[in-house]
Design a protein around this ligand. Structure first.
Ligand SMILES: [Zn+2]
Ligand SMILES: [Zn+2]
Length: 334
C-alpha cells in the first residue's frame, strides 16, 4: 500500500510499504477521510514534538476491511473512527486520568495512508446517518469536548469568548452553545472562518485587525469580562490577551496547543486576585464517543475546504498551513 511519510521539515514522500496485517485484537481500516490536524502541521514546522520518519494523520475514518484473531466478526465492514492510541484500561494513566495517558500502549500507525492498522480498543463505530468525512472530525471535536469537560457544568447563559476560528475554535463555539453559554464572541481575522462562527452559534463576530477586542468584551459584559475565555490558536501572546478579558472566577481555557517551551506572558498578580482557573486537556481524553454523538448536533456545512489525494499530501499540508479555508482532508481512495 501507499503511505505519505513525513521526512522532516516540510518534506513528505509517497512510499510503497507492505500491506499491514492485523495481529490479535487488531483490525485494518480502509481510509475514507483523514483530516489534517494543526499538530500535523506544527510537527513539520518544529512547533510540536515529532520524530521523522513518521506517517502523520490521526483523524481518520473508514470501513474495517480485515480483522485479526479475537476481533468480533461483526466488525467487518463497519465504519469506524479511532482514538489516537489504544488504551489498555488497566494502567495508572488509564484508570486515574484518561485513555490519552495510557502508559502501555502507543499509536500503531498514521492515517495518511491507504490502510491503517489499529487496535480494536481504539475503534468507535460511526453511528448510522453520519457520513465518513464528517465523522473524521470526531477526533478534533473530542479534544474540544475533553477540554470543556474540565470546566464541569457551564453556567447557564454565561458570556464566553473564543479567539481563533479554525476548526477547533468553531467547534468550541458550537459546544459552548450546546452547553448553554449565553453571548459567545468569536474573534478571528479570516473573514470566511469568522462568518462560519454564526452557524456554530456565535452571537458576536469580531475581526481583531479592525476592532479592538477588549473594548468589545467590555461593552458586552458591563466591563466585567467573560466567564469563559478560550484560546484556540496556540499562540502564547493571544492566551495572555484572553486572560485579561476574563471576569473574576472565570476560566482561561487552552484549546490551541502552544509550542513546547512556551511561557505565558501574563501578570500572575491579576490572575491570583481575579481567581482565574487555567485548564487544558490532553487530546481527546475519554470523549471520543461523546464527540460522535455530538457531531450531528453541529452544523458543519462548508468546514471542509478541500480533499486531496494521498499523492498530494505535501501540497495539502501547505494549503492547510496557509490559513485559507478551515479543514482539509486526505482522501486516499477517491
Ligand atoms: Zn488532531
Ligand atoms: Zn493504560
Amino acid at each position: 500500500m501507499r503511505v505519505a511519510t513525513w521526512r522532516g521539515g516540510s518534506e513528505i514522500t509517497i512510499d510503497t510499504v507492505p500491506d499491514p496485517k492485523p495481529g490479535p485484537g487488531q483490525l485494518i481500516v480502509k481510509v475514507h477521510s483523514s483530516g489534517i490536524c494543526g499538530t500535523d502541521i506544527h510537527k513539520t514546522q518544529g512547533l510540536f514534538p515529532g520524530t521523522p520518519p513518521e506517517v502523520l494523520g490521526h483523524e481518520f475514518v473508514g470501513p474495517v476491511v480485515e480483522i485479526g484473531e479475537g476481533v468480533d466478526v461483526s466488525m467487518m465492514g463497519k465504519i469506524i473512527g479511532c482514538t489516537l492510541n489504544p488504551a489498555c484500561g488497566e494502567c495508572q494513566g488509564c484508570l486515574t486520568w484518561s485513555a490519552m495517558h495510557c502508559e502501555r500502549e502507543a499509536r500503531l500507525a498514521g492515517g495518511f495512508a491507504e490502510y491503517v492498522l489499529v487496535d480494536q480498543r481504539q475503534a468507535h463505530i460511526v453511528p448510522d446517518g453520519l457520513d465518513s468525512e464528517t465523522a473524521s472530525m470526531a477526533e478534533p471535536l473530542a479534544c474540544v469536548i475533553s477540554t470543556l469537560n474540565m470546566l464541569g457544568d457551564i453556567e447557564e447563559g454565561c458570556d464566553a469568548l473564543v479567539v481563533g476560528g479554525g476548526l477547533l475554535g468553531l467547534l468550541t463555539v458550537g459546544v459552548l452553545k450546546l452547553r448553554g453559554a449565553g453571548h459567545i464572541i468569536l474573534s478571528e481575522p479570516n473573514p470566511l472562518r469568522l462568518a462560519m462562527g454564526t452557524q456554530f452559534g456565535a452571537d458576536i463576530l469580531n475581526d481583531p485587525t479592525k476592532n479592538d477586542l477588549s473594548e468589545l468584551v467590555n461593552d458586552t459584559t458591563n466591563g466585567y469580562g467573560v466567564k469563559i475565555g478560550a484560546e484556540a490558536v496556540g499562540v502564547p501572546a493571544l492566551v495572555a490577551n484572553v486572560s485579561k478579558l476574563i471576569r473574576p472566577r472565570g476560566n482561561l481555557v487552552l484549546v490551541g496547543v502552544s509550542p513546547q517551551g512556551s511561557a505565558l506572558p501574563i501578570d500572575l498578580y491579576d490572575l491570583h486576585y481575579k481567581e482565574i482557573t487555567i485548564s487544558g486537556a490532553f487530546g481527546a481524553g475519554d470523549a471520543f464517543g461523546e464527540a460522535l454523538e455530538t457531531l450531528p448536533k453541529l452544523n458543519l456545512e462548508g468546514v471542509v475546504s478541500g480533499r486531496f489525494p494521498l499523492e498530494n499530501t505535501a501540497e495539502a499540508m501547505e494549503v492547510s498551513a496557509s490559513g485559507v479555508g478551515v479543514k482539509y482532508m486526505i482522501a486516499p481512495h477517491d
